[in-house]
Write a protein that binds this ligand. Structure first.
Ligand code: AMP
Ligand code: ZN
Length: 465
């Protein structure tokens, strides 16, 4: 496998620490709201990476955290604590919010055929590990106590700027311009390991610690969970590009301070999904979730296919038009794969030839669009019999996970059916009120989504085109 490493800014041959065994960590969601489809683009990329490594013969162990305690890094953080804000918005406790949105996130993963990592750890379940790490960092002078909080001293970290490629001046400017200065810090970019005193005093989750009752900073949770699950070495760490700085930069600083040597060799980051107005966010306009797409009649796998047609390191803009395109293409593709008959003998030579091509595309920094092209080539190849095509499709789908050999899921059908029936009732109502413009609009919108309404004497039915 060749993969782009943010640490070296190069595509590198992937060599795990222990032969054939890959320890993989992916930063998990902050569970104060639903995940938007931008967040989920990152998890789709990580899923393809994990399955791709397995396809190439590696034994992958993957862990992910759930950020349920705060999201804070410094007393100079702007805005509010997201978890608390979520709890206030819904009149629930922080624990209830965390549980609800963790479940919703796992359901989104299942809908998108993303394999759930075998180890999932809640940030709030690992307080003892953070305390152990912070105590050692204090003893070794990587950390200091000031104004009630424990800070990490970034001037003690080796190569603090390597991952982000930033320089100290950039950070100084960032600190001065965007956030209020925290006078308790030695360096403006120092970050909090443990809070006991902060302006976010109404934190709901607090624990006893050697430095008083308080709560951990954001970055320590991933270093702590990594240490607990994998020990002193990690092979590959992933996230979205926004995680590069400060989150992953600070994870490296803490973990290497604690273990006393280089910790993780490969850092892989997925580019953003943007909407037409720019960066996707949870507070802006129509909040794009998997449920929203489902309510509009799309299958979550249409979205997965949309993502896989682009390279994970290229920013991608979401529009309904491009999702429609992906949906139509997937429908056509599935009509071909589902028509394959389990007949004839497997042609081993051709199977190996195409499988090698597929593995080459996969090993080329996860070139998913080439992998899909190879799938089309298989289906087009008239010299292959159905059995060989079928086995190749089955095999390729272990990584792509597009349900290429599965008839439409009944649960999606039910959602789609419900949505169409509601639209039919709405349109009937509009017609009754002589609002033909609305009635036509409903018909046209459904047609754009590949749903053709048919008016009969008995009522309106539909056909998927
Ligand atoms: P959060 O729940 O905010 O901690 O984010 C969860 C994951 O989604 C992180 O790995 C982020 O890097 C990633 N992420 C956030 N916004 C986007 C976006 N618009 N496109 C792709 N990934 C994103
Ligand atoms: Zn993390």
């Amino acid at each position: 496998m060749k993969i782009y490493n943010t640490l070296s800014k190069k595509i590198e041959e992937f060599v795990p620490n222990v032969d054939g065994q890959v320890k993989m960590y992916t930063c998990g969601p902050t569970v104060y709201h639903y995940a938007h489809i931008g967040n989920l683009r990152t998890y789709i990329f990580e899923d393809v990476l994990e399955k791709g490594l397995k396809y190439l013969g590696y034994d992958v162990k993957r862990a992910m955290n759930i950020t349920d305690v705060g999201h804070l890094t410094s007393d100079a953080d702007t805005g509010e604590d997201k978890m608390l804000k979520g709890a206030q918005r819904e009149g629930k406790t922080v624990y209830e919010i965390a549980e609800f949105y963790t479940e919703a996130f796992l359901n989104d993963m299942k809908d998108l055929n993303i394999k759930i990592p075998e180890t999932i750890e809640k940030a709030s379940d690992n307080i003892d590990v953070y305390i152990e790490m912070i105590e050692k960092m204090l003893a070794d002078d990587y950390a200091y106590i000031s104004n009630g909080n424990v800070y990490f001293d970034i001037s003690k970290a080796k190569d603090y700027y390597q991952l982000s490629g930033k320089n100290p001046e950039d950070l100084m400017i960032g600190v001065r311009d965007t956030v209020e200065e925290d006078k308790a810090k030695r360096n403006p970019a120092d970050f909090v390991l443990w809070f006991t005193l902060s302006k976010f005093e109404n934190q709901a989750m607090k624990w006893d610690s050697p430095w008083g009752v308080g709560y951990p900073g954001w970055h320590i949770e991933c270093s702590g969970i990594n240490y607990k699950v994998f020990g002193e070495y990690l092979d590959i760490h992933c996230g979205g590009v926004d995680n590069i700085f400060p989150h992953h930069t600070n994870e490296i600083a803490q973990s290497e301070a604690f273990v006393g040597h280089k910790w993780c060799n490969y850092w892989c980051h997925g580019a953003y999904l943007n909407d037409e107005t720019g960066k996707m966010s949870k507070s802006k306009g129509e909040f794009l979730t998997v449920s929203l797409l489902k309510s509009k009649g799309y299958s979550p796998i249409d979205y997965r296919f949309f993502c896989l047609n682009s390279h994970y390191r290229n920013p991608l803009t979401f529009t309904y038009e491009s999702l429609d395109g992906a949906r139509k293409a997937l429908k056509r593709l599935k009509s071909k794969t589902l028509a394959l008959k389990d007949e004839g003998n497997l042609d081993n030579e051709s199977f190996t030839k195409y499988d090698e091509l597929y593995k080459e595309a996969l090993s080329n920094d996860l070139n998913t669009s080439s992998m899909i092209t190879i799938l089309y080539d298989v289906l087009k190849d008239e010299s292959l019999n159905d059995k060989t095509k079928l086995e190749l499709v089955k095999s390729f789908d272990k990584v792509l996970s597009l349900d290429l050999l599965k008839e439409e899921e009944s649960v999606i059908d039910t959602d789609l059916e419900k949505m169409i029936q509601e639209k039919i009732v709405e349109r009937k109502e509009a017609k009754k009120n002589k609002d033909f413009a609305t009635a036509d609009k409903i018909r046209d919108e459904l047609l754009e989504q590949g749903i053709k309404l048919i008016d009969t004497r008995e009522g309106t039915t539909y056909e998927l085109i």
